[in-house]
Design a protein around this ligand. Sequence first.
Ligand code: ATP
Length: 868
Amino acid sequence: MAVLPASASATGPFHALPASAVAERLAVDPGRGLSDSEAETRLRRFGENVVREPPGPGPLRRLLAQFHDPLIHVLLLAGVVTWVFGGHVDAAVIAGVVLLNAVVGFVQESRAQRALDALSAMVPVEATAVRDGVPRRIPAARLVPGDVVELAAGDRVPADVRLVAVNRAEIDESALTGESVPVVKSAGPVAADAPVADRTGSAYSGTLVTRGRARGLVTATGGATQLGGIQHLVATAGAVATPLTRKLARFSRQLSVVIVAVSAAAFVLGVVRGTPAPEMFTAVVALAVGAIPEGLPAAVAIVLAIGVVRMSRRGAIVRHLPAVETLGGTTVICTDKTGTLTRNRMTVTTLAAGGVLLTPAEAGSALRECLVAGVLCNDAELEEGDPTEIALLGAAIAAGLDPAAIRAAAPRTDTVPFESETRTMTTVHKGITYVKGAVEEVVARCTDELLPGGGIRALDRKALARVHDTLTGRGLRVLAFARITPGTTPALLGLQAMHDPPRPEAVAAVAACRSAGIDVKMITGDHAGTARAVAGEVGLASGRVLTGAELAALPEEEFDAAVAGTQVFARVSPGQKLDLVRALQRRGHVVAMTGDGVNDAPALRRADIGVAMGSGGTDAARQAADMILTDDDFASIEAAVRVGRGVFDNLRKFIAWTLPANIGEGMVVLVAILLGATLPIVPVQILWINMTTAVFLGLTMAFEPTEHGIMRRPPRPPERPLFTGSLLRRVVLVSLLLVVAAFAAYRLQLAWGASVAEARTTAINVFVGVQAAYLVSCRVPDRPVLRAWPGHSRMFVLGLGLTAGLQLLLTYVPVLNTGFHTAPVGVSSWLWVLGAAVAAFAVVETDKLLWHRLGTAARRRVRASPSA
Ligand SMILES: Nc1ncnc2c1ncn2[C@@H]1O[C@H](COP(=O)(O)OP(=O)(O)OP(=O)(O)O)[C@@H](O)[C@H]1O
């Protein structure tokens, strides 16, 4: 036996050697594959078939990155200036607050990142390897040089492979060569100096099989492969830019510019009026820091990351972060039938031939050849393979036949694999060709039909159509079988009809989607009759069924309306799925589309949310999708939409809270400067308020539970802006409330004999109290919160508790008194805080109530006069 080369290098001449020589060099029998023990030995020697990603920046680097922000720089500069002019305590406080902010930001970001990273482990990457003569699904990471792998349409090539047997295989190598036209493969050697794109006898890690099948020998794994190994199927990690985050980042930047300009103007004004420059400098820095919503982009990223984690718990793995926010706005879900609405566990219940229906047991002798064709024209093993084909093996066994003996007696000499376009599969055994597939396709090729118990007659197409209608009307999936023997006319061997029970949870999920105003459409490759019956079982409106042929015949101007008005589509080809997505998008829909096959990739990419199957689908579909369902279940899509809506709600809540709070903070300083009055709250205090409330109050909005009835309201219109008129109104209202409350508390306390430190302490507590009261209101931004109380949230209670605790510390702990110029206060001061908070809450709630009433009245008027 040849000695395995020390390093399995892909750049070696494997592509230039004949397959047999490659097998010899890799010391493997291409028919049997490696033994388990040999594979173990090689695994130890060559390592796992994965590429370790270069480690990201370490904790220290990530902590330092928190300081890499223009605002923090300004703040640090202010600290230095304060220090230089003798304000040592103030400078230390500024430094402390900046540090606290960085640590909290660091911890939150690390948690979110860890959660996202963990997702990639949830979608297993597998490959089919032949070990000890048996094809087996194993983790792709365990492949070793010399392994024999089987590739089929839809698979991602798991390592670099020299092909030894090829059956019409084509591979999309665009990931490697940039060339998007699939390459037709063969098993022959090519010139040693052939570029990668011309090595037709090899397949490379990370490329996608688009057609046919092939068997190959692994020549390089992990880091030694051309592409550098297996890319993760889940690409979420690190990518946190979404349309929304970008919009928000831009908004924050614009707002910052305005605030810096206002601060500069205030600075000049203050200095002209005679305030010392260093004092003024710290004051305007406080203004800027208070007013700029610097936490916004980070908070949004955290809200989205929490959404991703919540979705993963419900069986939906998000590959691209923007999907989280898009999902919430979904208006149409186009779903497969098999596996998504049904269990994809099929059992043949009925066989038919010559107008007679039989059970598999009865068919054992009467329709033997139909059952035999089902075993031979079949790639499944008993436990593994396509559920349709496993069901056919099950039928043969139920009829008393032995699939292994049948296969041994008639070895296969040629195969045309199943494809959704042709809807048939063909195999050749001892000169006899068996075809199985969709009834229309198979019957079109037949002239005769076999009768139960023997005998043959000219095909009675009408009788056959009646039987077919009966079977599909019961929701059964029907396959036809034909035999083509040289010298005789092609004969129909019979039909096998299988039952695939609907998923009970899908029925509830379809109902939930419909009450949420989301249109659910079933798009299937199966027959119209079967599709209609199954649609009825899961609660879809199944009145009209459009078939692929009918779609193709529709005049262009009627296409979009017909698609929008139909719930069930049957005998649809993957190419037509793309047309359906486009038509729905032209009508303004946000479309989620499921797919599992290699040809579904374009439709998945085009859809607003492409959804692939984690257990049943192909790697190609997963690669193109935005979201992967770990359990293939329709109910998981519904759950993901529910979470998506919740995420969007929480973003709105966070923004509705943070903007008015921030701008109010800035306004207090600005108003004092403009009035030439003493500040009711000094800069270090503003810093305290801003940092503690942003972290302990604002961030709790990210953890809000989804509101009751979230799936009973219509989808958010795609064009709805984030910054609505009502948000602007709220900004003005709450900012004014904060300014009035802070000034009133400060001035009245002074008037009643309090010291400046005591008056300021009261003002700070009032300020935080009003922000906390406003946070309660923000739990339901548009409706009176007490009427639509969203229920318990641990984070919310914790946030309020921590904030209250911190304010007590600030008020009563001597070190903090010194650092932040505060002083202990009496009960009357706290009554002020309570009164201000209740008053602010009442004002905001009254405002919401009035606008809610106005809105309801306007909607009623529109409903009363629909022409308006
Ligand atoms: N392995 C197979 N061999 C031969 N014909 C098949 C096979 N699987 C399915 N068919 C035929 O092709 C038709 C279309 O199958 P396809 O897999 O494209 O869609 P489907 O699984 O029925 O529906 P969905 O798109 O909802 O998953 C089936 O109705 C059946 O008649």
